[in-house]
Design a protein around this ligand. Sequence first.
Ligand SMILES: N[C@@H](CCC(=O)N[C@@H](CS)C(=O)NCC(=O)O)C(=O)O
Length: 216
Amino acid sequence: MLPIVLHNYYRSSTSYRVRIALAMKGMSFTYVARHIRSGGNRVPDYLAMNPQGLVPTMVWPDGSVLGQSLAIIEFLEEMRPTPALLPADPFGRARVRMLAQMIASDLHPVNNFRILDTLRERYKADDADVADWFASWVRATFDPLETLLSTSPETGTFCHGDTPGLADICLVAQAVNNQRYQIDMAAYPVITRIVDECLKLRPFIDAHPSNQPDAE
Ligand SMILES: N[C@@H](CCC(=O)N[C@@H](CS)C(=O)NCC(=O)O)C(=O)O
């Protein structure tokens, strides 16, 4: 059988999400590096698979192609249900998706490379402006996320109970990304505790940007 192929970039948090999910489920894959800072996501063979030109893209062994990290992770969840990345009960699943989407739908898109590049190129933002933009959008999601996590009885060792799942995947990928912008985490003790717990686990370590073949 052909291997799963993941077209991705070591420093991309959406790529990191999928790498963690694959590692948690014990699914091996072929790593294809797409260097998005030098246009590896804009070349014709990549755009033929993923016309959005965003990483990651996964090619399943039967040749089926999927973009969008959360769609890929939910597909993996259906193809290999254990260990589960979503809780068994409907409310738990909804809560985990809510936490994941706060990061994936509301935070990540406005701090994506193409947005930061647009700020620099079209609006002449300098490094300080971009850092301020990045930090302000992190706060806009991390402040309410900290409130939700610190006040909910559903929060345990991880975002939902004592098993890591989809919300933790999105949280850790974002938290690692934040480090590039020296985000002050003092206001986020519960988030920090959860991230630290996750980063003790092999799948989160193996999938970490610094442990990828294209890491610089
Ligand atoms: N919603 C998409 C977002 C994918 C995405 O934006 N990936 C970033 C890297 S983290 C990317 O490819 N950026 C290229 C660019 O901004 O030009 C997903 O979850 O997969």
